[in-house]
Write a protein that binds this ligand. Structure first.
Ligand code: HEC
Ligand code: HEC
Length: 227
């Protein structure tokens, strides 16, 4: 009995310790974000831009709900070696030039983050604390769905591929690529965002669709399956 009590108190102590360590890593991450001036390009705190003029001045995507939006493992890799997500930059209107035959994309650079592994892990812990309070977790479950129906919704019916690439070589270039979205985005966030993109970004040109929850779920599962 006595040894059981000791064991239980040891476990409780270890739990306290690990929560404490988690918090202090997140605090280290916040210090890295401040010293690397991530906030010079990204909004690290809400509220989102309220006017189109402010959106047009945006240098980089908002990060103040990063903990709801991203998958932790993806962030750790990206922060060390950023890849290109938006082929025409954060605000494509600022980067599109009239070419001879068609519009051409100007010189677009990926994110400037180049963190060490330790810093990337600490910053990720911090970013994961930045949550959108109204987003429900556990809505999208990983089960089977009709890929054929989802493809019709995404491609023909709702025209999502006019703005987003669902494959490396096809789809629109003005918006984030989605062909690796399954590694990058939290499926619950995809669902919440699709239902009302303007909740996250009031002036964003992603259209708000009037679909059933069932169709939104189908689209969220389809996008989450793109890896
Ligand atoms: C010079 C400006 C600049 C700085 C400084 C910068 N970034 Fe970025 N970041 C960008 C741009 C531009 C993008 C969009 C890249 C794309 O979509 O291809 C981006 C994208 C991101 C994304 C993905 C966001 C999304 O919604 O897709 C994350 C996460 C991120 N940056 C984190 C950071 C962190 C953390 C730091 C500091 C260590 C940082 N960035 C510093 C410009 C910057
Ligand atoms: C008129 C162009 C347009 C259409 C059509 C469109 N979107 Fe978007 N979408 C956007 C813009 C703009 C954003 C936000 C861009 C940003 O964060 O830089 C976005 C963001 C997204 C994101 C979040 C991606 C990320 O990494 O931040 C998802 C998921 C998404 N759209 C899915 C869809 C789906 C599904 C459809 C069809 C129902 C659709 N979109 C139709 C313009 C569009």
């Amino acid at each position: 009995m006595k040894s059981l009590k000791i064991l239980i108190s040891l476990i409780v102590f270890a739990l306290f310790l690990s929560v404490g360590i988690g918090n202090s890593i997140a605090a280290d991450g916040k210090a890295v974000v401040d010293s690397k001036k991530c906030g010079g390009c990204h909004k690290m705190q809400g509220p989102p831009d309220k006017t189109i003029a402010d959106v047009l001045k945006r240098k980089a995507p908002d990060l103040f709900y990063a903990g709801s939006k991203f998958k932790e493992a993806w962030l750790v890799g990206f922060l060390q070696k950023p890849t290109m997500i938006r082929p025409a930059g954060t605000v494509y209107l600022n980067n599109i030039k009239m070419g001879e035959k068609k519009d051409e994309i100007g010189d677009v650079k990926p994110c400037a983050s180049a963190l060490s592994k330790d810093d990337a892990e600490a910053v990720t812990k911090y970013l994961m604390t930045l949550k959108e309070p109204t987003m429900k977790a556990g809505v999208i479950v990983d089960d089977t769905f009709s890929k054929a129906k989802a493809k019709v919704l995404f491609g023909q019916k709702e025209g999502c591929s006019g703005c987003h690439r669902d494959k490396a070589d096809s789809g629109g270039t003005s918006c984030p690529t989605l062909y690796n979205a399954g590694e990058r985005l939290n499926p619950d966030w995809i669902f919440d965002f699709l239902k009302n993109p303007q909740k996250y970004d009031p002036k964003i040109w992603m259209p708000r669709r009037e679909l059933s929850d069932e169709d939104f779920m189908l689209l969220a599962k389809f996008i989450a399956s793109m890896k």
